[in-house]
Design a binder for this molecule. Structure first.
Ligand SMILES: [Zn+2]
Length: 431
């Protein structure tokens, strides 16, 4: 079925389908600029009406059957002409695509519901989506196929755009296509708006001033916590204030449970899942977290984005770290021993097989990591302190002990005696 001009197509469609202005206009939505689909639909209906009028005047006998159907399908705009030629009241029909609900009413309804939702959820930005697979969409696709239409806009697209516009008028909340607070998913089939609450990300740093504190919450098989406190638990205060489900910690690497994190603190991003509050000052969140335990402190620096989480995880490998280690040695230390350590571990490449203590959860690989410098200080005859500046990802306890030959070279190798790290602190994490 091919019709050359728009009017031929329009008449063919209106002969078989009653359509509201919006839906008719949308079938030709790619034509003309600066028009709404409603304006397009009205223009097409007026043109169709005029063409039918001409045919009725010129050839009543051959035109009247088709004209009756087309005028009925045009609806309100055709009332006077219909009355004049067919001597009866035109009964309005429901639109073949949007049905009884009428697109304009739907857009209005979804926009109002959306504004309500956005306010309840403290949204600063949003986008609108429309679920696929509704009956309305199927009816529209059938007409597009049947009449071989090329310049249509989809109903999902029109609803997305128009509801978005209306919300901005009603509530003055801007659209954000890349990182909206809320995705408003319109469900045409069930006639409702489903909000998807996007996470809120906050970047900052944490300090761990005590030992035996894990980074994330560590739950044992019996349901009990392995450690009394974790950094992630203290961050749940943020989730509470923002009325979210929970807070997830994304950090740039992690220290051992028995190591402290001092000095510069460790960069992190806190992800709050499904927050219902967003306009809260960082100061308030920070204070709430810092009240939980004297051993954990955080500083919040600002809002972050999803992509920052990936970045902070990637940076892990590229960080430079400074550790402070307290080391006990199986012999009496001579002045020369510590000098040897400092001289030997200047820009030294270390070959490190995955330590035995983490083999149960990490693949067994050999990696190369750099030690940039070591500074030492003797404490007693067989205990010394070392400041070790090295590449992120180096296992420092094993650098000291040698891990039965799995880390080479090690402090034990150079001292020619067994050395062991008894206390470890991270004092600097530089991105
Ligand atoms: Zn319609």
């Amino acid at each position: 079925m091919t019709q050359k001009t728009i009017i031929e197509k329009v008449l063919k469609i209106l002969e078989n389908h009653p359509l509201c202005g919006n839906c008719l206009g949308r079938l030709f939505g790619g034509l003309g600029r600066g028009l709404t689909n409603e304006e397009r639909g009205k223009a097409l209906k007026i043109l169709a009406l005029m063409e039918i009028h001409r045919r009725l005047i010129e050839d009543w006998e051959n035109t009247r059957k088709k004209a009756l159907k087309i005028l009925e399908n045009i609806g309100d705009l055709a009332k006077p002409l219909y009355q004049q030629y067919f001597l009866k009241e035109l009964a309005p029909k429901t639109c073949s695509i949007c049905g009884k609900r009428s697109l304009n009413n739907l857009i209005e309804k979804y926009a109002k519901e959306s504004v309500e939702v956005l306010r309840t959820l403290d949204a600063r930005t949003f986008i609108v989506g429309v679920k696929k697979g509704s009956n309305i969409e199927a009816r529209e696709e059938e007409i597009i196929r049947k009449y071989d239409l090329k310049y249509y806009e989809s109903i999902r697209n029109e609803i997305k755009r128009e509801v978005g516009k209306k919300i901005q008028q009603l509530a003055n909340i801007p659209v954000d296509f890349t990182k909206p607070d809320i995705v408003l998913l319109i469900d045409l089939e069930n006639n409702k708006v489903d909000p998807i609450i996007m996470p809120l990300y906050v970047k900052g740093r944490y300090w761990k001033k005590g030992r035996m504190i894990s980074q994330s919450i560590w739950i044992l098989r019996n349901g009990k916590k392995k450690y009394l406190l974790s950094i992630e638990e203290t961050l749940q205060e943020i989730a509470k204030i923002l009325q979210g489900e929970r807070a997830i910690l994304h950090a740039s690497g992690r220290e051992d449970v028995d190591a402290r994190m001092l000095g510069t603190g460790r960069p992190m991003i806190v992800e709050v899942v499904k927050p219902k509050r967003r306009r809260v000052s960082l100061k308030e969140l920070e204070e709430a977290v810092n009240k939980v335990s004297p051993y954990v402190e955080v500083r919040l620096e600002g809002e972050a984005e999803r992509k920052d989480v990936r970045l902070i995880k990637m940076e892990k490998a590229k960080t430079t770290k400074v550790y402070k280690a307290l080391i006990i040695v199986d012999k009496e230390l001579e002045e020369n021993d510590l000098r040897k350590i400092e001289e030997f571990f200047k820009d030294k490449t270390i070959l490190q097989q995955t330590p035995r203590r983490v083999l149960h959860r990490r693949p067994n690989v050999t990696r190369q990591k750099k030690v940039y410098s070591v500074k030492t200080r003797r404490i007693t005859k067989n205990v010394f302190e070392a400041l070790i500046r090295c590449e992120g990802g180096l296992y420092v306890k094993e650098l000291v002990s040698g891990d039965q030959g799995r880390t080479k070279p090690s402090f034990s190798d150079i001292l020619e005696a067994s050395a062991r790290c008894i206390e470890l602190d991270v004092v600097s994490v530089q991105l």
